[in-house]
Design a protein around this ligand. Sequence first.
Ligand SMILES: Nc1nc2c(c(=O)[nH]1)N[C@H]1C(S)=C(S)[C@@H](COP(=O)(O)O)O[C@H]1N2
Ligand SMILES: [Mo]
Length: 312
Amino acid sequence: MLIRHPNDIAPSEITPPEIYRERRRFMQGVSALAAGAVLGVSPKAEAGAKLAGVRASAYRLDEERTPYKDVTTYNNFYEFGTGKGDPSENAGSLKTRPWTVEVEGEVAHPKTYDIDALLKLAPLEERVYRMRCVEGWSMVIPWVGFPLNELIRRAAPTGNARYVEFVTLNDPEQMPGLRRRILSWPYLEGLRLDEAMHPLAILAVGLYGEVLPNQNGAPIRLVVPWKYGFKSAKSIVKIRFVEKPPLTTWMAAAPREYGFYSNVNPEVDHPRWSQAKERRIGELSKRDTLMFNGYGAQVAQLYRGMDLQKFF
Ligand SMILES: Nc1nc2c(c(=O)[nH]1)N[C@H]1C(S)=C(S)[C@@H](COP(=O)(O)O)O[C@H]1N2
Ligand SMILES: [Mo]
């Protein structure tokens, strides 16, 4: 069949943003009520439930936070459709309990974590980070999570572990977008081990002090603030330690456009558009994009001596 599915057209392309966001908001309210009634989601795991014992952290920003509504209704999560409003509309079908995350590969202590054990692995902190999508928009999001290196230390990588691969859930029953072969599934991302160990890289389980909404990658997702948004894999089920750089989903889709590193870099353009500027969601005029998304003082040493035009 060659009928164009309505989801192929992003709502943002056809409706002024304010109007379609308002509509999504209404739709989301309706489907959230329905899902809660039918599935009887445990209140603890439910999106929007307050997370207990979240510490403040030194990672604060002197920039306005993107409103909760925008953070949770303007998303990229292709497993639920390619339109910005699709994830908030469709991710109600994702079941975040029970949920396990397998830690495997080149480690001394492979382990399958239950999500509720993972939530207690390390103290939860609020980290306010700038997020910059490769498409040219950005947000400031108060994540709740813990450093990825807490998990890595417990796994004890062997000498062969040089990269870490992150695998997203691959269940077409829960994720309708998987039935369309727009990307190679499951969604796969990767970091070099030293990038993954960097204290800025976190596993997020919440935002704005609350349990992560499904559309933002519940129950657990990666957040790597100095890289383009797509590196921050959502709804992770597997973390694998490997010797060779993993072939990530976006590299497989368009190797000329998406490299392994994908560091935010205003000087390296996407082949189809400039990366020099960005639109902060909620603002009218554009901002200059900052090298490493403004985290250069912390992360530039990871790339010392590398040609960032070549390792883009
Ligand atoms: N599994 C999965 N993770 C994903 C994506 C996706 O399509 N699938 N999109 C990525 C992209 S392109 C971006 S910009 C961020 C968006 O995260 P947010 O919706 O929480 O802001 O998630 C990233 N993680
Ligand atoms: Mo993105």
